[in-house]
Ligand binder design. Structure first.
Ligand SMILES: Nc1ncnc2c1ncn2[C@@H]1O[C@H](COP(=O)(O)OP(=O)(O)OP(=O)(O)O)[C@@H](O)[C@H]1O
Length: 267
């Protein structure tokens, strides 16, 4: 049984079709990557899985529960078991690293402070920042801040974790550290991970399975090796990061000549 089962997912933003009949299985214990060009709806998909958005049609089941049929309190309980690491998931800047990681534990559990301390130190140890616990977030590098956010995301021992563009803005060394950490934490904590990214090389390195999305559909799915050997031109363009190919560079709409001929249209 997959941990997440997405069936016939449809979702629109105004007239724009974001998902047009998408099916995805996220297997337990694995790292699954969702990749696709900018604007294809990767972040939107994570929000649909987390219940922040509602599909127009189709279902999303997480651990056997239909996310969009849950009551508020049931969804709240489910969300506590879903770690999320959003790109914008900033740390609280007026408290130190330790208190940032302790925050969800103090918020959602009644554990005594001594136990919270042990749990926080364990999580910080796992991301290599136990000795940075008294630093304030503005004393951290971007890579360190992301590792603290990761420690915080796993503080409540979630069953899964969703990463939104975890590698953006990282230098090669902290990129390498993150790549290792995502895999190590997934295996050590027996998690299920979803990584949403357009960083092909790094994502292919950690993913056990990849879904490639474009134009509202899943274009291809398989192991990184299967995708690298794919005969599809589109898949090759994406996996090799080639600028020209079947993937359009321009956001869909009227063509340029038509726009120039309609100076009245300020849209
Ligand atoms: N709040 C919103 N209201 C209307 N449209 C939105 C909103 N958020 C996103 N969109 C549109 O939905 C589409 C998908 O956005 P999304 O952020 O999910 O893409 P993405 O694949 O994560 O892109 P990127 O890789 O660039 O982060 C885009 O066309 C975007 O313009």
């Amino acid at each position: 049984m997959p941990l997440i089962k997405i069936r016939d997912l449809h979702f629109n933003r105004g007239d724009r079709v974001i998902f047009d009949g998408v099916n995805i299985d996220i297997q337990r214990g694995k790292v699954t990557a969702i990749m696709g060009p900018s604007g294809t709806g990767k972040t939107t998909l994570l929000k649909l899985i987390g219940g922040q958005l509602r599909p127009d049609k189709g279902t999303i089941e997480v651990d056997g529960q239909d996310v969009h049929k849950l009551s508020h309190s049931e969804l709240y309980e489910l969300r506590k078991r879903m770690g999320m690491l959003f790109q914008s998931g900033a740390l609280l800047t007026d408290i130190d690293v330790f208190d940032n990681v302790a925050f969800p534990l103090r918020e959602h559990t009644n554990l005594p402070e001594s136990m919270i301390r042990d749990l926080v130190l364990m999580k910080l140890q796992a991301v290599g920042l136990r000795n940075a616990r008294r630093l304030s977030p503005n004393e951290l590098s971007g890579g360190m801040a992301r590792r603290v956010a990761l420690a915080r995301a796993v503080a409540l021992e979630p069953m899964m974790i969703m990463y939104d563009e975890p590698f953006t803005g990282q230098d090669p060394i902290s990129m390498g550290t993150l790549v290792n950490l995502i895999h190590r934490i997934n295996d050590a904590m027996k998690l299920t991970s979803i990584v949403v990214s357009h960083d092909v090389a790094e994502t292919a390195e950690i993913a056990d399975y990849i879904y490639l999305m474009s134009g509202g559909k899943i274009i291809e799915h398989g192991s990184p090796v299967q995708l690298k050997d794919s005969g599809s031109q589109w898949v090759q363009q994406f996996m090799q990061g080639l600028p020209d190919g079947p993937v359009p560079f321009h956001y869909a709409g009227p063509d340029f000549a038509e726009d120039l001929l309609n100076p009245e249209d300020n849209a």
